[in-house]
Write a protein that binds this ligand. Structure first.
Ligand code: ZN
Length: 415
C-alpha cells in the first residue's frame, strides 16, 4: 500500500496487487491514506486534526493485520506517521496530551499486530523502529534567508508583478483549502501550482548577484554556481574557498540578543554523502542547536535585526521538529538481548540478515551486532558491480513504470 504522496485510493498504483482494495472493500472503506493534519491545522480545525491523527491508525493496522493473516509473507511492515505529525503540531504544554494519546494508540495497534504475527508463527522476529525523534522546532530555516541577505550572500530583486500575485495566491490557497480541494485544484492547474510553489519559496532572488541561498524550509544552504554566461555567481575555481568560508560563518552563528550558539554542526556534502550523485546534494547541511526554538539569528544590519525580530515574534506553524536520534527495539529467536547503537543505514542490512538474505556489498551500513542463530553473510563482489552502472544517470524504470510514475505525479499536480 502506498502512502503520503498517493492522491487517492482509486488511482492505479495505490496498492499491489491492484485488486487488493476491491477484495477487502469493507476494510478499505474508511482507510485514510494520510490524515491531512497540516491542512486542518492551517484552517484552525485543531480538534479535527487530532481526531484524524488518532483515527487513521486503526485503518492502517486493520489492513495490515488482515493481510498478515491471509497472506504468505516473509516480511510484513507498516508505517505509522501520526507520531511524527502530532509532534510537529502539538509540541507544547497544552498539546502534550495529544502526542501522548497518539503514542498510546500506536502502541496498542503495534501490540495487536505483534500478537497476530506470533499467533501465526511463535518464532517471528519483530522490530519496532522510529527513523527520527521529536524536538522543539529550531526555526533555523525560517531565519536563514534573512541572515544570508544580511551577509550579502543572497540578494533580492523586486519580483515581477506576475510572480508576486502567484505566490500570494498559492500561500492563500495553501492556508485555506482542504487536502481534497487542493488535489482538485492541482489536477486542474498543475503547472500553476508548480510555478507558484517555486515562486513562493525562492521568488524574488536576484540570481545574477546571489552566491548562496536557502529556501526558508530546509536546513540547507545552496551555492549558486555559474554554469553559463550570466547564470550564477560562484565559479568552479572559487567553489572550495567559498564553501569553506560560508561553512565557517554558519558554524559561528549565534542567537539574536542572547548570543548562545545556534548551530551544532555544518557539513559539506562530501562529508556526509558519497557515491555518483553527491553533486546533487545541498552544498551545506546545518544541524541546529537542539535546546529549544531560536529567537532569531545575530545579524549585522539594523534592518536585518528588525526583520529577525519580526520573524521570531510570529508563532511557528509547526512548534515541533525532528531530533536526530530515533528508536530501535528488536525481539525474537534471532535477536540477542543486547544494547546497540547504530545508524539508519544499518537498518536495511539488519532486516536482510534476519531474513537470511546476503547483504549486498555495495549497500551502506552493516547488520547491527544483535543477531544470533543467523550467519550474516556479506554479498559477493558481483553485488557491487550489479549495483548499477554508476556513470549513467538513468532512472532504472521500464517505460511502463515511467508512465505510471508520470501519471501519479500528474494526479498530484506536480506535472
Ligand atoms: Zn516530520
Amino acid at each position: 500500500m502506498a502512502g503520503l504522496d498517493t492522491p487517492s485510493k482509486a488511482l492505479p498504483g495505490f496498492a499491489f496487487p491492484e485488486d487488493l482494495p476491491r477484495r477487502y472493500a469493507g476494510l478499505f472503506k474508511d482507510y485514510v491514506i494520510e490524515p491531512g493534519a497540516p491542512s486542518l491545522m492551517r484552517m484552525g480545525r485543531v480538534r479535527e486534526a487530532e481526531q484524524q491523527l488518532l483515527a487513521c491508525v486503526d485503518g492502517w493496522a486493520s489492513v495490515t493485520r488482515q493481510l498478515m493473516c491471509d497472506g504468505d509473507w516473509d516480511l510484513a511492515f507498516v508505517v505509522f506517521t501520526s507520531s511524527d505529525t502530532s509532534q510537529h503540531f502539538f509540541w507544547s504544554d497544552q498539546g502534550r496530551r495529544v502526542i501522548e494519546r497518539v503514542y498510546e494508540v500506536q502502541d496498542e495497534a503495534t501490540a495487536g499486530l505483534i500478537q497476530a504475527a506470533r499467533d501465526r508463527d511463535p518464532g517471528v522476529n519483530v522490530i519496532v523502529m522510529a527513523d527520527h525523534g521529536g524536538a522543539p522546532n529550531s526555526r533555523g530555516p525560517e531565519f536563514l534567508p534573512i541572515w544570508l541577505q544580511d551577509q550579502g550572500f543572497q540578494v533580492m530583486a523586486r519580483p515581477p508583478l506576475k510572480g508576486r500575485v502567484l505566490s500570494a495566491g498559492y500561500r492563500l490557497a495553501d492556508r485555506t483549502l482542504t487536502r481534497q480541494q487542493k488535489q482538485a485544484l492541482a489536477r486542474r492547474f498543475g503547472r500553476l501550482r508548480e510555478q507558484a510553489e517555486a515562486e513562493a519559496r525562492l521568488g524574488g532572488i536576484d540570481w545574477s548577484r546571489t552566491t548562496a541561498y536557502a529556501d526558508g524550509r530546509r536546513d540547507e544552504v545552496l551555492v549558486n554556481m555559474a554554469e553559463g554566461a550570466g547564470s550564477g555567481a560562484v565559479g568552479a575555481d572559487g567553489y572550495d574557498r567559498f564553501v569553506a568560508d560560508v561553512q565557517e560563518r554558519l558554524s559561528a552563528l549565534t542567537e539574536l540578543d542572547t548570543g548562545r550558539p545556534a548551530v551544532s554542526s555544518v557539513k559539506r556534502r562530501a562529508e556526509i554523502y558519497d557515491g555518483p550523485f553527491v553533486h546533487r546534494a545541498p552544498d551545506l547541511t546545518i544541524r541546529w542547536a537542539l535546546d529549544g526554538p531560536l529567537h532569531g539569528l545575530a545579524v549585522d544590519s539594523r534592518r536585518a535585526r528588525e526583520r529577525m525580530a519580526e520573524a521570531a515574534a510570529r508563532p511557528p506553524f509547526q512548534p515541533g521538529g525532528h531530533h536526530p536520534e530515533g528508536l530501535f527495539v528488536a525481539a525474537g529467536p534471532n535477536v540477542r538481548p543486547v544494547e546497540v547503537r547504530g545508524h539508519l543505514v544499518d537498518f536495511t542490512p539488519t532486516v536482510l540478515a534476519l531474513l537470511g538474505v546476503p547483504v549486498p556489498a555495495g549497500l551502506d551500513g552493516r547488520p547491527l551486532d544483535l543477531l544470533t542463530g543467523i550467519r550474516a553473510e556479506s554479498g559477493s563482489p558481483a553485488d557491487v558491480a550489479s549495483g548499477g552502472d554508476e556513470s549513467t544517470d538513468s532512472s532504472g524504470y521500464t517505460p511502463e513504470e515511467e508512465e505510471a510514475v508520470r501519471n501519479r505525479l500528474e494526479a498530484l499536480g506536480y506535472l
